[in-house]
Design a protein around this ligand. Structure first.
Ligand code: AMP
Length: 608
């Protein structure tokens, strides 16, 4: 059996893992049976880690024991601006790491954002291992199209800690297009409208002969489902009776209750025209004498749409600017693909249909599309079919800092990747024996307004007069947007030490230590999972026996070649299952378990 390669959507709100089975991409359920794993990580008082649903449950009781949406901080540098932005979206504190990387505080402990991502990836890996009954080491992970080099490197670092080798990083909109089957025969422009829980991204792709080019991207990273929930929360707050209103608006537990009710109402309004909302226990939970009130009200879909109006406008503003950047008329877009749970909302679908003048494609679950596409890409890479080439573009311009605080651009935004660009520079001062070449990402011609990616340090320069030591700088941007910078002293031919110093990665040694901890954890979990899987498989075989007896009986009553073959198929699986169990072949047990589960749930005909 070929080594499985999985596709992972490491999302801000939810993460998903998928694989291609029988030629079709499918989600791998979590070990607790869920489709999506909330990107929430918790630490119990005892220091045990929780990921996903259990972490969410822990957060209900102990909000300071969990963190979520940490993808916002992955691969970012700790700066006062970032801390300010974070305050608006998450309640947990950020802490600076030794290399300027961002760390989060939970349960009194500090974890690097990279480690939080590694916990989530590690959990998805365990889910995949339980699904396949064998070790899983290789994966494709999706990243937002506008992730910069540091963010991409941090994603890889998180994967490495989780014991995963990233075969390829794929842009999220490209993955969505793959899930919608655009690598098979489609030619034209595809607009990916991705509205998730906390972020909004719009990308326009040009697809030609199985090659995907990201033409333009845009987004609003402080806009998502949470904001729609907040509009409902504000409306509910206004309905709380007067003497309680102030206390409720300051009470964390009451606000959480309102938020949960608001999100449930929002989901209900996707299906119905009206949602009834009842919330009790509203008041000051910290007061000595507790007095509570409640609200019982109804929200119609049309009023929800009125409440959401400012948010809809922001969505459209982003669409307009992406269209302008791509120099396209919205009506010339060939297909519109929806991604993110929020695109199930009828208002959002209508907005998109009106703006682009066409109904969006809805045949893939919007919250699964990215992971399914990652699985398609993983499968392609394994089979090396070479169909989906995945050509992307540089999401931001890249250049070198020069005199006068300016930036000399080497790779302009939207250049197709992979690409190599080179230029010649001269050290600023005479007699310099070391040159520091700062590398910037961004659209401004001024260094201050760009993001400094790092610095290349070229030592042992040929000492000469100013202007006489030409240095060649080569930028090599890979197909997945990772930048390698090479600097050469052309006079001496020295291709000196090249180092990106500003990368806010984990300090040396820490990543290995965290990787070791993760590996110990995964090993212990793997033993527990294997025991559970064996138990579940035994029960499944018992149910299979019952099915076999029923099929035998019906074959006796109504003999036919089909009935005979159905009995044969089940019996063959049962014999194979027992043999695999006796031989301790976990992968074979897992395979037979999937086939038997399909038969027992009626998703497959037993006549094989
Ligand atoms: P994602 O980040 O793609 O998982 O999207 C999560 C967001 O989608 C959350 O704000 C959810 O409340 C929202 N969402 C998911 N399903 C639905 C639904 N059926 N109707 C309305 N909103 C939904």
């Amino acid at each position: 059996m070929q080594e499985p390669v999985i596709g992972i959507d490491l999302g801000t709100t939810n993460s998903v893992v998928a694989t291609v089975e029988d030629g079709r991409p499918r989600l791998i359920p979590s070990r607790s049976g869920g489709r999506l794993t909330p990107s929430v990580v918790g630490l119990t008082r005892a220091g045990d880690r929780l990921v996903g649903q259990p972490a969410q449950a822990l957060g209900e009781e102990h909000p300071d024991a969990v963190v979520w949406a940490t993808k916002r901080f992955l691969g970012r540098r700790y700066t006062p601006e970032l801390v300010q932005q974070a305050k608006a979206v998450v309640p947990y504190p950020l802490v600076a790491g030794p290399t300027g990387d961002v760390r989060v505080k939970l349960s009194g402990r500090v974890l690097p954002a990279t480690q939080v991502s590694a916990f989530i990836l590690g959990e998805l890996r365990l889910d995949a291992q339980a699904h396949f009954g064998r070790d899983v080491r290789k994966c494709v992970i999706t990243v937002p199209a506008n992730f910069d080099d540091n963010q991409r490197q941090a994603t890889r670092e998180a994967a490495a800690i989780a014991g995963l080798e990233v075969v390829r990083l794929v842009n999220e909109p490209t993955a969505a297009a793959l899930a919608y089957g655009l690598s098979r025969g489609f030619e034209g422009s595809a607009l990916v409208f991705d509205l998730g829980g906390g972020t909004f991204d719009v990308s326009i792709l040009d697809v030609k002969a199985g090659v995907f080019e990201v033409k333009a991207t845009g987004g609003d990273h402080a806009l998502g489902g949470e904001d729609f929930d907040q509009r409902i929360v504000q409306w509910l707050l206004a309905q709380v009776e007067d003497p309680f209103q102030e206390a409720v608006s300051k009470d964390a537990q009451s606000l959480r209750r309102l938020k949960v009710a608001a999100e449930a109402a929002k989901r209900e309004l996707t299906e119905s025209e009206e949602a009834l909302i009842s919330v009790s226990g509203l008041g000051d939970h910290t007061a000595g004498v507790k007095r509570f009130t409640e609200i019982n009200t109804a929200l119609t879909r049309s009023f929800f749409e009125t409440l959401s109006e400012p948010l809809s406008r922001r969505c459209l503003d982003v669409c307009k600017s992406v269209m302008a950047e791509a120099r396209m008329d919205p009506r010339s877009v060939d297909v519109v693909l929806l991604v993110g749970g929020m695109t199930r909302v009828p208002l959002v679908r209508r907005l998109v249909a009106d703006f682009f003048g066409r109904a969006p494609s809805t045949d893939v679950h919007p919250d699964e599309a990215v992971a399914l596409g990652a699985a398609v890409q993983a499968d392609e890479l394994v089979r090396q079919a070479g169909q989906a080439l995945l050509l992307d573009v540089a999401s931001q311009s890249l250049g070198v800092g020069v005199m006068g605080g300016r930036v000399k651009r080497l790779i302009p935004k939207n250049t197709g990747v992979p690409v190599v660009a080179r230029d010649i520079f001269f050290p600023g001062t005479s007699g310099q024996s070391e040159a520091r070449i700062p590398v910037y990402q961004g659209e401004s011609e001024f260094q201050d307004e760009n993001h400094k990616l790092g610095e290349v340090v070229l030592k042992n320069l040929h000492v000469a007069n100013r202007g006489e030591t030409p240095l060649e700088v080569v930028f090599e941007l890979s197909g997945e947007g990772i930048l390698a910078v090479k600097a050469t002293d052309l006079t001496s031919g020295n291709m000196e030490l090249v180092r990106l110093e500003a990368r806010a990665g984990l300090p040396q040694g820490e990543a290995e230590k965290l990787g070791q901890e993760q590996s110990n954890y995964a090993q212990a979990q793997g033993v527990v999972d294997a025991r559970k899987a064996e138990e579940t498989f035994r029960k499944l075989l018992e149910r299979g026996e019952k099915l076999a007896r029923l099929l035998q009986q019906s074959a006796r009553e109504n003999p036919s070649p089909e009935a005979e073959s159905a009995v044969g198929t089940v019996q063959q699986l049962l014999v194979g299952g027992k043999d695999a169990l006796a031989a301790g072949d976990a992968a074979q047990c897992a395979l037979i378990a999937r086939q038997l589960t399909k038969l027992l749930s009626g998703r497959a005909e037993p006549r094989g």
